[in-house]
Design a binder for this molecule. Structure first.
Ligand SMILES: *Cc1c(COP(=O)(O)O)cnc(C)c1O
Length: 343
């Protein structure tokens, strides 16, 4: 299907809100067009609605044209907008591959859009024939989360390639954990696939979950649709400034990633050595999925020791599992000490 056919008609025909700052973009000394307070507070002016300075920096860092970048109030905003751009309520659906990130389903539920769940295989890989069999003119978006949350594995690139080639709708590849994976981003494929959206975020490796900045990369027609439906000033001035500052400090991010990868390996080994741990799944992210005999008992024990992990034991294909985020070295020590006390 073409992009034109995939977009909801009302969105295709939409006249977007036109803000003062999008109507006059030049440098003027007297701005009397936006009903702002003229007295300087550092924040008295509306921010750049399209965040060009920040996108220029991101584009440089990622090797991507700024016109192929959309910024959201977290990736969650991009997920929500994509569902609302492409899926007609009570008519269209998204395809998700459980077990996976919960926000795809929540965004669809809020928009009253259907959900077609095609579970990952036993090895946590996309079931390509089943996905393509489930695809129809109404399954507008396929969400691929790789590395996948909560399983931690990266999908086989050959399977992703087949879905990029054969899925008729929009393919969203959520790369929230790309900095912890050992491969290139699918961002480099945007030139070849006009219906591909790659999501990244400053919430994980960059250490800025509190900032709320998510990134969508796509060919320009999809970016233009996202810009058309987003709230005009969705990224506030403080966020734009803090993100620019953080993106200047790539060495700090790299050092954190280096430390966390070493800690992930150490934690994985130590967990495997515990008698009640049945399996530590390989991870390309900053967490480990761990299968054990009594996950709820272990969870409760950890809570009483002041260590909170995520109980995923009631999630499809994650029976018996806790998801454990890799912490600072001393936090991981505390976790391991508490777990050793149970052995
Ligand atoms: C954490 C996470 C995100 C990040 O969402 P933000 O809204 O950018 O904080 C996105 N996708 C997945 C799979 C995640 O685990």
């Amino acid at each position: 299907m073409t992009l034109e056919q995939l977009v909801r008609p009302n969105v295709r025909l939409l006249t977007p809100y036109s803000s003062a700052r999008s109507e006059y973009k030049g440098q003027a000394s007297v701005l009397l067009d936006a009903n702002e307070n003229p007295f300087e507070t550092g924040l008295n002016r509306y921010p750049d609605p399209l965040q060009w300075q920040l996108k220029a920096r991101l584009g440089e860092l990622k090797g991507c044209a700024p016109e192929r970048i959309f910024l959201g109030n977290g990736s969650d905003e991009a997920i929500d907008l994509l569902v609302r751009i492409f899926c007609e309520p009570r008519q269209d659906s998204i395809i998700i591959l459980p077990p996976t990130y919960g926000m795809y389903q929540v965004a669809a539920d809020i928009a009253d859009v259907g959900i077609v769940a095609v579970p990952l295989t036993e090895g946590f890989q996309p079931d390509v024939p089943a996905i393509l069999a489930a695809a129809s003119a109404h399954t507008k978006i396929l969400f691929l989360c790789t590395p996948n949350n909560p399983t931690g594995n990266d999908f086989d690139p050959a399977l992703v390639q087949r879905l990029l080639a054969d899925f008729p709708g929009i393919v969203v590849i959520d790369e929230a954990y790309i900095d912890f994976a050992r491969r290139e981003s699918y961002l480099s494929r945007i030139g070849q696939h006009d219906k591909l959206v790659v999501l990244q975020t400053l919430s994980k490796a960059w250490g800025l979950a509190g900032l709320r900045l998510g990134i969508a990369f796509a060919a320009e027609p999809i970016i233009q649709l996202l810009n058309k439906v987003k709230p005009p000033y969705n990224i506030n001035q403080l966020t734009q400034e803090a993100a620019l500052r953080a993106l200047g400090a790539t060495a700090q991010k790299d050092e954190w990633v280096h430390t966390l990868l070493a800690e992930r390996a150490r934690l994985s080994q130590a967990l495997e050595a515990l008698p009640y741990v049945e399996q530590v799944y390989p991870s390309h992210a900053n967490y480990l999925l761990v299968r054990m005999a009594d996950p709820v008992g272990v969870y409760q024990h950890l809570v009483s020791a002041g260590v909170i992990v995520r109980d995923r034991s009631r999630v499809l294909r994650c029976e018996g599992c806790l998801r454990i985020t890799v912490g600072r070295p001393e936090e991981n020590e505390l976790l391991l000490a508490s777990l050793a006390a149970l052995a």
